[in-house]
Design a protein around this ligand. Sequence first.
Ligand code: HEC
Ligand code: HEC
Ligand code: HEC
Length: 476
Amino acid sequence: MRKTVFAFSALAFSTVAASSVLAQDAATSALIERGRSVAIASDCMACHRTPEGEGKPFAGGYTISSPLGPIVAPNITPSKEFGIGNWSEAQFEAAMRDGVAPRGHLYPAMPYTAYRAMSDDDLHALFVYLQKDVKPVDEAPKAQTDLPFPFNIRLSMAGWNLFFNRATPFDNALAAPAGTERGKYLVDGPAHCGACHTPRNTLMAEDASQYLGGGDVGGWHAPNITSDPVSGIGGWSDAELVTYLKNGNAVGKSQAAGPMAEAVEHSFRHMPDNDLQAIANYLKTVPAIRSEAQTAPAYEHSKAKSAGIGKLDYGIDRSPAAMVNGTSVDGEELYVSACATCHQLNGAGTQDQFYPSLTSNRATGGMTPNNLVMAVVEGVHRKTNDFTVQMPAFKDELSNAQIAAVSNYVLQRFGNASLSVSEADVVELKNGGEVPLLVKATPWLMLGGTVLAAFVLVLAAVFFWRRGKRNTLQHA
Ligand code: HEC
Ligand code: HEC
Ligand code: HEC
């Protein structure tokens, strides 16, 4: 009798234990799934990958060229020695929100100023996902971050953070998939749109007064995506915005190349439609910012201009001198030989717009030629859920002078004719765009700092010398 009771209770106990393990497993897998979707929306894999791209997710080594110099994304797999396998959740939260890792302050090349806004629930799920579902990679990235003095002093970020890392984390309820502020949450938090689309001030922090008003990322320009119908996306339908985020293309308006193509490929195209819809809805409410000089949207502007464009007076010469001897700086000749097979002689693109129109396009009709030049330099490469988009890079085929010439031809004929591109502009964009004032000024600030330090030292010396003298006098 005793035995049976014992056996029975043991059975009951193990059933209860087993079902609670099952319940725990279910809860953990739900957390892991949520963490995975947070990682996707936050695009962690775009940076924390190997330089080759495929194979070892989150192993790091990919180098980001920041204005301060190249910064390497670390291994964030659960490897105990080389990754974050030994980190506590509090350490992870400090890295994600405060930009402080066990090894010291992080540079804002890691977008912690945006991730700070993530909800507690999402950060927790992200931690569980990274620790439990990602395969540890037990090796350090080959490249190392090696910034010049004084930027190599990580502690200097502490002062910067005090002023510029100030976002308030979102409430769990507002950030939840059915939350009322979901679109704003995604834009400001995980998806960190402002990291590229908000211009930076002289101290390289996002300028809140120009929120989403258009910023520069390397040589590329991330356009104004405020609700303004002329300078922003106010004239886009919600469906166009959703399609753009999903496929990287809004026909007759814009395509995603460069860093936006990467964001679409790694992140946005994997997000659920209702999240993309929430983002579109929110963008339509962002206070409008208008560039004074702009009178019509980029795509309308150039469309109107190209209305009268007929055919060139000669057909496509498929072996023109331009490409054979590589010296022509005749923009028309270059366009006909290098571009017209796809974009057509009249710039209208192909009928299905797989090769897009250059006469109705943000990249040619906007207020900066940067993306036109960068598209010619680097080409366009983007995987979408349905197809792969490729425009060849011309950096090895065309000289800087030729890239300037063909860009000017495109601007004159199909785009914003008030813009022009010089050979020096091409060189600058290839090298990552205009150097921020802070970086340009640092040698001078340091020189100033040295002079100031010397001055203080002299003053101190005089002071102590006088005091010493007075003391000696008093003693005497
Ligand atoms: C735009 C590129 C970029 C994105 C996106 C990005 N990171 Fe980072 N991350 C970096 C860089 C670069 C560093 C190293 C910064 C440094 O050396 O100061 C870093 C550092 C870190 C660290 C500190 C690691 C250590 O060993 O000190 C953690 C943790 C981290 N990132 C997690 C994440 C997670 C999780 C995500 C997605 C939510 C993410 N990062 C998205 C670029 C990025
Ligand atoms: C890593 C930098 C980066 C991030 C992050 C980023 N963008 Fe972009 N975005 C760009 C660049 C660069 C372009 C220009 C692409 C081109 O024309 O080839 C662009 C273009 C766009 C355009 C097209 C605008 C136009 O008028 O042509 C939209 C819309 C857009 N982004 C929305 C977003 C939203 C919404 C987010 C966040 C959910 C986001 N982007 C995050 C860099 C970024
Ligand atoms: C082999 C075909 C092909 C050739 C040749 C080609 N392009 Fe493209 N171009 C494309 C494709 C494909 C896209 C991207 C379409 C998309 O994203 O949906 C594109 C996009 C562009 C864009 C938009 C870039 C952006 O960031 O929004 C510009 C500008 C452009 N091309 C200019 C040129 C110029 C100038 C030349 C000649 C030097 C040229 N293309 C040659 C196929 C081509």
